[in-house]
Design a protein around this ligand. Structure first.
Ligand code: ADP
Length: 363
């Protein structure tokens, strides 16, 4: 079942427009991750979809059903927050089974669902423990199992891994990836963590200032960011100014003439997005050279910051098995036949500020 939000806006008292005319289709059975800096409106959007907030304008549909004014308990959703919100006096098993009590299923069938859901999350041996006797990761597994046991039509996750330490977060997110892949539930997952978004999202919605900047696969957002904000948000990028010719196929840049990977933008000033790993050493036929300012050895690779006389500061990722020292001159070539360009009207979006990734922790 698709979830559709149409022209959805939310204005809080004090005139903050937290969500501003958002249109998104969340595809049935897939995981869509909403990511963006703190204050970009992610939680507000999720709370609107959950029915915990009413929109100022716009509508929300679950399949063909208009749920815009339907209370949360009648939307058939599962919701998991950063804080686990488990019932402290109930065992893990009772917590997981709680949402099934109203289901009118016979007790034996409820017990089977609880058992299989707990197995899915690897928590069946914890069934008799109360939340006070569980670690953070275990509590969050119980919370996820509780949300899913009811077989909700839509699963909503608000920073479910943010309270866990880094190691546990990585482990649980790989587990979630395979659990979601086997589940076929329409899942909407909010996070500020870009690697979590890339790993877990079948598609990713990037928000800033209440608006959707791009909704696409993680690969396309990384390779074909729609504007400068997005190019910087998902990893480092060399943004090389250029001029797109009248055919829309080539740009002139300080690094030479480059072919455009998606021709068709209007001729004029553009920015080419060159990721650090799109450059390689080329001792015999370099396209250009840089002088190494700073080189960090990261094991499998070097992260190099250099200066090109023609194009200014350039970031390069090079294999870790060569020797690189500050001050030396590196002959480089572009490893792609063509580059992605950001059109003139999209250059200004994000050009003047780095994304602010401070996390707001909700208590
Ligand atoms: P995110 O989840 O991306 O951090 P939020 O949806 O929490 O963003 O907030 C979006 C904007 O709305 C922010 O400017 C925030 O300060 C504001 N905001 C959030 N909740 C409220 C509220 N209850 N009343 C007024 N403003 C709010």
């Amino acid at each position: 079942m698709n979830v559709n939000v149409t022209q959805l806006s939310k204005r809080y008292d004090g005139d903050v427009v937290a969500v501003d005319g958002v249109d998104i289709t969340f595809p049935s059975g897939q995981t869509t991750v909403i990511v963006g800096p703190s204050g970009s409106g992610k939680s507000t959007l999720l709370n609107l979809i959950a029915g915990l907030l009413l929109p100022t304008t716009g509508s929300i549909h679950f399949g063909n059903r208009d749920v815009t004014r339907i209370p949360p308990e009648d939307r058939n959703i599962g919701f998991v927050f950063q804080s686990y919100a488990l019932f402290p006096h109930m065992t893990a098993e009772e917590n997981v089974g709680f949402g099934l009590l109203e289901s009118r299923l016979p007790a034996s069938q409820r017990a089977e669902i609880v058992e299989s859901t707990m197995r899915r999350f690897g928590i069946e041996r914890l069934r008799r423990r109360r939340p006070g006797e569980l670690s953070g990761g275990e509590k969050q597994r119980v919370a996820l199992a509780r949300a899913l046991a009811r077989r909700p039509a839509v699963l909503l996750l608000d920073e479910p891994l943010a309270a866990l330490d880094a190691q546990l977060r990585e482990r649980l997110r790989s587990e979630l990836k395979s659990i979601f892949a086997s589940l076929n539930v329409t899942t909407i997952h909010v996070t500020h963590d870009r690697s979590e978004a890339m790993l877990l999202g079948d598609s990713v919605v990037v928000m800033n200032e209440g608006r959707v900047l791009q909704h696409d696969t993680p690969q396309r957002i990384y390779r074909q960011p729609a504007n400068v904000f997005l190019a910087r948000f998902f990893g480092d990028a060399n943004l090389i100014e250029g001029h797109l010719d009248a055919t829309g196929r080539h740009i002139d840049t300080a690094l030479g003439s480059l072919a455009v990977s998606e021709p068709g933008a209007t001729a004029g000033p553009v920015v080419a997005v060159i990721r650090p790993e799109m450059l390689a050493l080329a001792p015999s036929h370099p396209d250009f050279t840089v002088r190494v300012e700073h080189a960090e050895f990261l094991g499998s690779r070097w992260r190099v910051e250099g200066i090109s006389e023609r194009a200014g500061r350039i970031i390069i990722d090079l294999p870790g098995d060569v020797a690189i020292a500050a001050g030396e001159s590196l002959p480089l070539r572009l490893t792609r036949d063509s580059v992605h360009v950001i059109a003139a009207e999209d250059i200004a979006i994000g050009a003047h500020h780095e994304p602010d990734l401070t996390v707001t922790r909700r208590s």
